[in-house]
Design a protein around this ligand. Sequence first.
Ligand code: BGC
Length: 252
Amino acid sequence: MQVVKKRGGSKSVKDSPLNWRKLTTLAIDIGGSGLKMMALDSRGNAVSERLRTPTPQPASPDKMLNILDEMKQHMPVFHRVSVGFPGVIKQGETLTAANLDKKWVGFPLEQTLEQKWGRPVRVCNDAAVQGYGAISGRGVELVLTLGTGVGSALYIDGRLCPGLELAHHPWRKGKTYEECIGRAALDKIGQKKWNRLVERAIAQTEALFNWDRLYIGGGNSRKLEIEARPEVTLIENEQGLTGGIALWQVAN
Ligand code: BGC
């Protein structure tokens, strides 16, 4: 964790050259349809506008990193970087990328950005980052994001259980959750049928995880027409960026 320590006891944290209270985090949300970027203060509040650029095709590391370089030019000075990425992450490497180019498999994203930009970088799954921006930190909480892919993140008393990939888990009639309720499925079967399937998927996750709270995000959550329940909350896309502050507050 990047915290500037008080030196020699004489200077207060406030006086130290790099005051942690003033650290700016560049938050990035890499998605199958858009790349988003925003600067955050140390509490996770926005201190810039939210930029969005469409994901290039092919969505290869080279092309996407060039776009991030360009977007960064429009951001204020920052001290560290948080990235939400749509795949499994281990030790800063992107191990899967179902909705991006295959060149992302095994790509050292954290290290590459650190070398390019000269700032510490933390990378985490996109749904997990969004969840950090939304959860209460109490009990069993599940986040589902309905976008190009289907994101999932599980927390127990605010601690992430990393690597949950419900998206590619077999579910109905030999199809995975993502094949049933991802963007391609919505386009194919239409909003009405898709809504019924999402309802069933929610019931399935409830039986599986016995969550206390469920958060639903992602661009397609706007198309949801399901019965309101106090324990189910719709969350904002912006939390996919603001949640990035948590990567500097939790053990990583
Ligand atoms: C990926 C997940 C990701 C989700 C949403 C899925 O295809 O496997 O890791 O969170 O899409 O982007």
